[in-house]
Design a protein around this ligand. Structure first.
Ligand code: BYC
Ligand code: FE
Ligand code: FE
Length: 474
C-alpha cells in the first residue's frame, strides 16, 4: 500500500483512499518505466546528491541527500492556495475559481493536462543515454536532478488525472507510460519530444529552449480557473528554474571555454584543433532547438487557444501584468504573416485567436536575456561574434510557416538554396559525430571537467565544485 512516507505530499494522500488505490496501481508501472526508460547505467549502482521536495515551503524543498535513482521520493505538491482566488480572465472573469472540473470543460482540460504530462517522461526518455558521456560529476548530477524532477512533473499531471477525471483519467495516466519518445507506433504527442538528445550541447540547448517552453506553458496553465491545475503548475515552476539554469549556464560554460581556447590559439577560429566547440556550431544548435521550441507553442491562429482563453482554462503568461480587460472580446493582434513569395504581409486577427503567437512573443523575450548574457561574455574576451536567435519563420513545422523555407534572417529561399545551405544553419550528422567524439570519454573524476566546457562558478547547495556529486554504491 502506498504511503505518505514513500510519497511526500501536501494533498492529504494518507486519508484519500481513492487516490491511494489509483496510485497503488500506477506506482509500480511508473517505477518499471523509470528503470526501462530512465537514465541508463546509473540505476542501482550509483548514489546521487539530489534535492528532494519534502514540502512546499522553501526549507522543505531544499532538502539534499544522496539517493539511488529508483529510491528517489517522487512527491505530489500543490502551491499553497490563494485565499478567495478568482478567475482572472475570459468570460467567467471575477467568479470564484473551480475546485472541481466543470462537465462542459472536461475534455479540453483533460487534453491540456495530458499534453503537458506527455512531455515530462518524454524528456527523460530523450536524455537517457547522456550519463554515459558526461563532462563532469557536477553535470551528471544536474542531468539526474532534471530527470527526477521531470518524473515528478509527470506525477503532478497524473495526480490531476487520478483525482479529477475518474476512469478516463486513470486510462490516460497509463498511456502516459506507454507512449515513448521516437516510438514508431506510439510516439510522444509533440514533435520536439520525439527527437533524441544525444550530445551534451543538445542537452544544454534543450534545457535552455525546450524547458523554457515548459516555463511559458506552465505560467499560462498556472492562471487556470481550475485551481488544482493552477496550484500544481505553480509549484512545478519553482523546479523549472533549475532546468533553465542548467541550459543557460551549460551553454554559457561551453562558450566560456571556447573563448579561452580561441585566445590560446591566437584568436584562430579553428578551436577544433584544440578539442573545443566552435561558436558557429553552438549557433546551429541554438537555431535548431529554438525553432523546435517555437513550434511547441502551436499555430499562430488557433481556435483551440481562443476557446481555452475564453473559458478560463489557460491564460496568458503573467496574465496580471497585462494592462487590458483580460476578456479580449474585441482586441486585435498584428500577426507577422507573409505572402506567397515570402514578403511580409502583416495582418490583423482577433487577439483571442492569436494567443499562441502572443505567448511566443513572451517566450522569445525570455530567451533573449540569456543570449545577451552569452554575447556579453564573448565580447569580454575581445571576440567578434554574436549568438543570435533565428527569425521566427526559420525551420518551422507548425503554423503558417510550416513547410516553407527561410534563412535565419527570415529571407525566403528557393528549395535548391535551402538544401544546399541548410547545414550552415542546422546541425549536420558530421556536427553530431564531432560532438560525440568529444564526449566519448566520460569524466567521472570529482572536480575534473571535459576540455570543451568551463567549470561552473560554484557548486550545488554550497558544496565545492570538486564535491563527489555522484558516487558508486559501496
Ligand atoms: N507537435 O491550434 P493548434 C514542457 C497540434 S514543454 C505536434 O495550433 P493548440 C517540458 C495540436 O495538438 C510544455 N502537434 O494548437 C519541456 C492540434 O491538434 P488537433 C508542454 C502539434 O492546441 C522540456 C493541431 O496541431 N505543455 O513542459 O492551440 C522538458 C492544431 O493545433 C504541435 C504544453 O504544451 C506540435 N508542436 O496549441 C519537459 C501545454 N502543436 O487538435 C517538459 C499544453 C500543435 O488538431 N498544451 N499541434 O488534433 C497546449 O497548450 C496546446 O496543446 C499547445 C498547442 C500549445 C501544445
Ligand atoms: Fe517539467
Ligand atoms: Fe523542465
Amino acid at each position: 500500500m502506498i504511503s505518505s512516507e514513500r510519497i511526500p505530499n501536501n494533498v492529504g494522500l494518507s486519508s484519500d483512499k481513492r487516490l491511494q488505490r489509483a496510485l497503488d496501481h500506477w506506482h509500480p508501472k511508473f517505477l518499471q518505466w523509470w528503470r526501462d526508460m530512465g537514465p541508463q547505467g546509473f540505476q542501482d549502482s550509483h548514489q546521487v546528491y539530489l534535492r528532494t521536495a519534502t514540502s512546499v515551503d522553501p526549507r522543505g524543498w531544499a532538502h539534499f541527500e544522496y539517493v539511488k535513482l529508483p529510491d528517489y521520493r517522487w512527491g505530489i505538491f500543490l502551491a499553497e492556495p490563494v485565499a478567495d482566488r478568482r478567475i482572472g480572465f475570459g468570460q467567467f472573469k471575477g467568479r470564484p475559481v473551480w475546485q472541481e472540473v466543470p462537465g462542459e470543460f472536461r475534455t479540453p482540460l483533460r487534453r491540456l493536462i495530458v499534453t503537458q504530462g506527455d512531455t515530462e517522461p518524454a524528456s527523460v526518455e530523450q536524455q537517457r543515454l547522456l550519463g554515459q558521456s558526461c563532462p563532469s560529476l557536477y553535470d551528471l548530477r544536474n542531468l539526474f536532478q532534471v530527470n527526477v524532477e521531470e518524473g515528478r512533473h509527470l506525477w503532478a499531471m497524473v495526480f490531476l488525472l487520478h483525482s479529477y477525471f475518474g476512469r478516463d483519467g486513470r486510462d490516460e495516466a497509463e498511456e502516459l507510460l506507454e507512449r515513448h519518445s521516437g516510438h514508431r507506433d506510439k510516439p510522444r504527442m509533440l514533435e520536439a519530444f520525439n527527437t533524441p538528445v544525444e550530445t551534451w550541447l543538445d542537452l544544454f540547448a534543450f534545457t535552455m529552449f525546450t524547458d523554457r517552453d515548459g516555463k511559458s506553458q506552465l505560467l499560462s496553465l498556472s492562471e487556470s480557473a481550475l485551481d488544482p491545475l493552477s496550484r500544481t503548475t505553480r509549484f512545478m515552476l519553482t523546479e523549472e528554474s533549475h532546468h533553465l539554469f542548467v541550459g543557460d549556464t551549460g551553454i554559457g560554460r561551453i562558450i566560456e571555454r571556447t573563448c579561452q581556447l580561441m585566445k590560446q590559439s591566437g584568436f584562430s577560429e579553428d578551436v577544433r584543433r584544440l578539442g573545443g566547440i566552435d561558436l558557429p556550431m553552438i549557433q546551429r544548435h541554438v537555431n535548431f532547438w529554438f525553432s523546435q521550441s517555437l513550434d511547441l507553442h502551436g499555430s499562430e491562429v488557433s481556435s483551440n487557444a481562443a476557446t481555452y482563453f475564453t473559458n478560463g482554462l489557460k491564460g496568458r503568461a503573467e496574465e496580471g501584468k497585462h494592462q487590458d480587460d483580460h476578456v479580449l472580446a474585441d482586441a486585435v493582434y498584428l500577426l507577422g504573416a507573409v505572402d506567397e513569395t515570402g514578403r511580409p504581409r502583416p495582418r490583423e486577427v482577433p487577439l483571442r485567436n492569436a494567443l499562441n503567437e502572443a505567448l511566443r512573443d513572451w517566450y522569445e523575450k525570455d530567451c533573449l536575456h540569456s543570449v545577451e548574457r552569452w554575447n556579453t561574455k564573448i565580447a569580454s574576451h575581445g571576440i567578434d561574434f554574436r549568438i543570435a536567435l533565428p527569425d521566427r519563420k526559420f525551420h518551422r513545422h507548425i503554423g503558417t510557416f510550416a513547410g516553407r523555407r527561410f534563412d535565419p534572417s527570415g529571407r525566403p529561399l528557393a528549395a535548391e538554396e535551402w538544401e544546399r545551405r541548410r547545414h550552415e544553419w542546422l546541425p549536420s550528422s558530421a556536427d553530431t559525430a564531432y560532438l560525440k567524439s568529444l564526449q566519448a570519454a566520460a569524466v567521472y573524476e570529482p572536480g575534473r571537467f571535459a576540455n570543451y566546457i568551463a567549470p561552473p562558478l560554484r557548486g550545488i547547495n554550497q558544496r565545492p565544485i570538486d564535491f563527489e556529486y555522484v558516487r558508486t554504491e559501496e
